[in-house]
Design a protein around this ligand. Structure first.
Ligand SMILES: O=c1ccn([C@@H]2O[C@H](COP(=O)(O)OP(=O)(O)O[C@H]3O[C@H](CO)[C@@H](O)[C@H](O)[C@H]3O)[C@@H](O)[C@H]2O)c(=O)[nH]1
Ligand SMILES: [Mn+2]
Length: 738
C-alpha cells in the first residue's frame, strides 16, 4: 500500500480517443461492405457483357480507390492523445537533464532570408533548458556570407535577448514574432523600459542584417565559389570581448559543409549527417532537435515536454523520437491551399500514435542520437568495423562511447585541432565507402529523407510519439502560393513513391518487420501518388462517355445505384465529420476536397512521373527548397481566400484542361438529354459527376472566364487547354464510335 503511494507521478499520460475510434470503425465496416459489393457488381457486369475499355478503366479506378481507402483506415483505428507534466520532470530530474543539440538547416539565402534564419536560431537558443546543456548548430548549404553574418549578429543580440526572456518570463522567444504581434502587459518593474531598449536593439539588428544581406555573397574570397561549390567552413560563434560578466549562452556553431559539383551531396539528409558528425566532436549530446530554418520555437518548454517522454523509464528504451506537429504562423482563416496539412497532423499522426508512432516529419522532432547510428554501434563492436561504417575518423569512433559533455570551446585542449577534424568530417569525400545515408544517419534513398528514415527506424523496432500540446511548440511558414504548394507536393510525392519503388517498399519490407496497421499507414502514404490514376480517369472517361451517350453507372432506378450513392455520400459525410471533429469550420471540408483533387492531377501525377523517371535512371534526384518569402500581392490574394493562378504551365494546364473538358461534356450531355430526349435515368451518374467536379473547382471556372486581375488564369492557358480538351473529346469519340 505504502509502496503504491510512494510511486512517483508519471511525466506523461496517454489517453485513447474512444469516441472517434468507435465512429471510425463503424464507418469502416459499413463502407467496406458497400465497396466489396460494388466490386462484385463491376465484376459481374463485366462478365455478362463484352467489356469495353471505359468500363475496364472505371473498374481499375474503383479498385485503386478502394485499396487506398482500405490502407487509410489504419490511421483511424486507434487514435490517442497525450499530455506532459514538465514540472514533475524538473522536480525529479532537474539536475540530470541530458544535453540537446539543435540542428537548423538552411540552403538558399534568397528563398530563406538570413533574418528569418536568425530568428529561428535565437528562438532555439532561448529554449527553456539548462544553458550548459543546449547547443545550436546551423547548417548552411548555401555557404552564404550573409547567413553567417546574421548568425554572428544573432549571437550578440542573444546576449541581451536571452536574459530579457528569462527575467520577464517571455513566452514568445522568437524576437520578430514577439515585437510584431505579442502584446503583453507584464506589470513587473522595469519591464517596459527594458522592452523599449531591446526593441530598439532589434530594429537596428534587423536593418543591419537586411543591408548586409543585399550586398552578401559567398564565404571566402574567390568569386568562382557558389552554392554548389565551396569548401567547408565551421565556426564556433564566440564573443571577442572575453568579458566574464556577460550572461552565459548556449553554444552556437555555424557549419557550411564542403560542396563540389562532382560529389553528390544528398540535400537535407546530407546536411543533417554532417551536423551529426560535427556535433559529435563538440557537444555530442544524446538528443537532437531538428528544425527547418523557418520553424521557430514558439513554446520554450518543448524540450522539457519531449524529455517527459524520453526520460520516462516505461517507454524510453525503445523510443527513437518525439514528433511535434508542423504548425504555421502565416495561415489565413480560409487556408485555401490546406497549408496547415490538417489531416496529417490532426488525424493521421494521432492515429499512428496509437500504433507504433507517427512518421518522422522533417522538422520539430527530438531524436535520440543513438537511434541514428544504427545497430552496429554497440558497446562491443570492433573499432575497425565501426570505421567501415562511420568513416576513417578515430575521433568520431571515440565519441560514440563518450558520454555527452559540453565542450565549452574555450576549455578544449586544442580547439584548432578539433576544428580541423570537424572540417574533415564535413568534407565531400568523407562519406565515400561508408554506410552514411545507407545504414547510418538520415537516409539518402529518397528526397523525403524524413519519411524513409522514420520508416526504417520503425522497421528496426524503434517507437515514436506524437506530442501536440495546446500551445504550438514550433511555427513555420506555410506556402501561400498555388504554384509553391503544388510543386512542394510534387517533390513529396516523388519522394514517397521512390520509396514504394525501392526495396524498402512498405508493403513488402514493412510487413514482416512491423504490425499490419503500421505497415498500412506507411503503405498508404507511399502509394498516395497513385490517386492520380483514378482521378485522371474519373475526370475524363465518364465525361467522354456522357457525350457519346454511353452509360458507365447503373440507372437511378437500379438498386446498385444506391450503393454508389451510399459510398459517395458517406465518404463526404465522413470527411465532413472529421473536419468538424478537429475543430475546423465547414468550408475546410470543401476547400480540402478541391485542393486534394487539384493535387491528385498535378502534384501526384508530376511526382509519380519524376519517381518513375528516376527509377529508370532518366532523371536526377532534386530538392529545390520551398520559397519562404512572400510578396504583398501574393499575401493579399491568399489572405482573401482568392486563388492566385500565377503558376507554371505544367501545373495550370492539366487543371484547366480537365475543368474545360467537364464544362463541355456537362453542357453537351445535358443538351443531348433535353434536345434528343436521351435517357436521363441512365446518364444521371455521369451528369452528376461532371457537375460535382465543376462545383468543387468553381474558382478555376471563375479564373478562366470572369476574372480580370493579375491572379486570373492567363487567356493563353485557357485557349490552349480548351483546344486540348476538345481534341481529346473528338479523338475519344472517334475511337468509341461503334
Ligand atoms: O539541399 C538542401 C535542401 C534543403 N535543405 C533544407 O531543408 C529544409 C526543408 O526544406 P523546405 O524547402 O522547407 O522543404 P519542405 O517541403 O517545406 O519540407 C518538408 O519536407 C521535407 C522533405 O520531406 C522535410 O525535410 C522538411 O523537414 C519538411 O518540412 C529547409 O530548412 C532547407 O534549408 C537543405 O539543408 N539542403
Ligand atoms: Mn518548409
Amino acid at each position: 500500500m505504502l509502496a503504491c503511494k510512494m510511486k512517483p507521478l508519471p511525466f506523461n499520460l496517454c489517453n485513447p480517443k474512444k469516441r472517434p475510434a468507435i465512429i471510425n470503425r463503424s464507418y469502416a465496416l459499413l463502407h467496406f461492405i458497400a465497396a466489396t459489393s460494388l466490386i462484385f457488381y463491376r465484376v459481374s457486369s463485366l462478365l455478362h457483357s463484352r467489356p469495353s475499355l471505359p468500363h475496364l478503366l472505371m473498374f481499375a479506378s474503383e479498385l485503386i480507390l478502394s485499396l487506398l481507402w482500405l490502407l487509410n483506415q489504419a490511421y483511424l483505428w486507434r487514435p490517442v492523445s497525450r499530455k506532459t507534466f514538465p514540472e514533475r520532470l524538473l522536480q525529479e530530474k532537474g539536475e540530470e537533464l541530458p544535453g540537446i543539440d539543435v540542428f537548423i538547416c538552411t540552403a538558399d539565402p534568397k528563398k530563406e532570408p538570413p533574418l528569418e534564419v536568425m530568428n529561428t536560431v535565437l528562438s532555439a537558443m532561448a529554449l527553456d533548458y539548462p544553458i550548459g546543456k543546449l547547443s545550436v548548430y546551423v547548417s548552411d548549404d548555401g555557404g552564404s556570407s550573409s547567413t553567417l553574418h546574421a548568425i554572428r549578429e544573432a549571437w550578440k543580440f542573444g546576449r541581451s535577448w536571452l536574459p530579457f526572456c528569462t527575467r520577464f518570463g517571455i513566452k514568445t522567444r522568437c524576437p520578430k514574432a514577439y515585437f510584431s504581434r505579442y502584446e503583453d502587459d507584464l506589470g513587473e518593474k522595469g519591464y517596459h523600459e527594458e522592452k523599449e531598449k531591446i526593441k530598439q536593439q532589434y530594429k537596428w539588428l534587423e536593418e543591419h542584417v537586411k543591408k548586409a544581406g543585399s550586398s552578401g555573397g559567398m564565404l571566402g574570397e574567390t568569386c568562382s565559389l557558389n552554392s554548389i561549390n565551396h569548401p567547408a567552413h565551421i565556426e564556433v560563434i564566440q564573443d571577442e570581448s572575453h568579458d566574464t560578466n556577460q550572461a552565459k549562452m548556449p553554444l552556437l556553431v555555424y557549419v557550411s559543409r564542403e560542396k563540389s559539383p562532382s560529389s553528390p551531396h544528398h540535400f537535407k539528409a546530407g546536411a543533417l549527417n554532417v551536423l551529426l558528425r560535427v556535433s559529435s566532436m563538440i557537444s555530442n549530446s544524446p538528443y537532437i532537435l531538428v528544425l527547418d530554418c523557418d520553424m521557430r520555437c514558439n513554446d520554450p518548454t518543448s524540450a522539457l515536454q519531449a524529455m517527459c517522454f524520453h526520460l520516462d523509464p516505461r517507454i524510453s528504451s525503445n523510443l527513437a523520437f518525439v514528433q511535434f506537429p508542423q504548425k504555421f504562423h502565416n495561415l489565413s482563416t480560409m487556408d485555401i491551399y490546406d497549408g496547415q496539412l490538417r489531416s496529417v497532423f490532426l488525424v493521421k499522426w494521432p492515429g499512428m500514435d496509437g500504433l507504433q508512432g507517427p512518421m518522422l516529419s522533417g522538422t520539430g522532432f527530438y531524436m535520440k542520437r543513438k537511434a541514428l547510428y544504427g545497430d552496429i554501434v554497440q558497446e562491443d563492436t570492433d573499432p575497425i568495423q565501426l570505421k567501415q561504417y562511420l568513416g576513417p575518423s578515430n575521433e568520431l569512433v571515440k565519441s560514440l562511447h563518450r558520454s555527452n559533455h559540453h565542450n565549452s570551446v574555450n576549455n578544449m585542449d586544442s580547439p584548432s585541432r578539433l576544428l580541423e577534424e570537424t572540417r574533415n568530417l564535413a568534407s565531400c569525400t568523407y562519406e565515400k565507402e561508408t554506410q552514411w545515408g545507407k545504414q547510418v544517419g538520415f537516409l539518402y534513398n529518397s528526397v523525403v529523407e524524413d519519411y524513409l528514415t522514420g520508416f526504417i527506424l520503425h522497421c528496426k523496432g524503434w517507437n515514436s510519439l506524437f506530442c501536440d500540446p495546446p500551445r504550438p511548440a514550433f511555427l513555420g511558414t506555410a506556402t501561400t502560393k498555388l504554384n509553391d504548394t503544388l510543386l512542394q507536393g510534387a517533390r513529396w510525392n516523388c519522394g514517397v513513391l521512390q520509396v514504394a519503388l525501392s526495396r524498402f517498399s512498405p508493403l513488402i519490407y514493412g510487413l514482416s518487420r512491423m504490425s499490419l496497421l503500421q505497415t498500412m499507414c506507411y503503405a498508404h502514404l507511399s502509394l498516395q501518388p497513385l490517386y492520380s490514376l483514378p482521378m485522371w480517369c474519373l475526370a475524363t472517361i465518364p465525361q467522354l462517355c456522357l457525350l457519346n451517350a454511353i452509360p458507365l453507372y447503373p440507372k437511378v432506378s437500379d438498386s446498385w445505384f444506391m450503393i454508389y450513392s451510399y459510398i459517395f455520400i458517406m465518404s463526404q459525410l465522413k470527411h465532413l465529420e472529421e473536419v468538424l471533429s478537429t475543430g475546423d469550420p465547414m468550408w475546410t471540408w470543401w476547400n480540402e476536397e478541391r485542393i486534394w483533387m487539384m493535387k491528385s492531377v498535378t502534384s501526384y501525377s508530376i511526382g509519380s512521373l519524376n519517381a518513375v523517371l528516376k527509377f529508370f535512371g532518366l532523371r536526377e534526384a532534386n530538392f529545390v527548397p520551398t520559397n519562404k518569402v512572400a510578396d504583398d500581392e501574393q499575401v493579399t490574394f491568399y489572405q482573401k481566400g482568392i486563388f492566385n493562378f500565377q503558376a507554371s504551365t505544367i501545373v495550370l494546364a492539366p487543371l484547366v484542361t480537365l475543368v474545360s473538358l467537364n464544362m463541355i461534356s456537362f453542357a453537351g450531355g445535358l443538351a443531348r438529354i433535353i434536345v434528343k430526349g436521351s435517357n436521363w435515368n441512365e446518364m444521371f451518374g455521369q451528369i452528376f459527376l461532371s457537375f460535382f467536379i465543376l462545383m468543387v473547382h468553381f474558382p478555376i471556372v471563375e479564373g478562366m472566364m470572369f476574372r480580370k486581375d493579375k491572379g486570373r488564369i492567363p487567356p493563353s492557358v485557357t485557349l490552349f487547354s480548351l483546344a486540348l480538351s476538345t481534341c481529346f473529346l473528338c479523338l475519344g469519340s472517334l475511337i468509341l464510335m461503334p
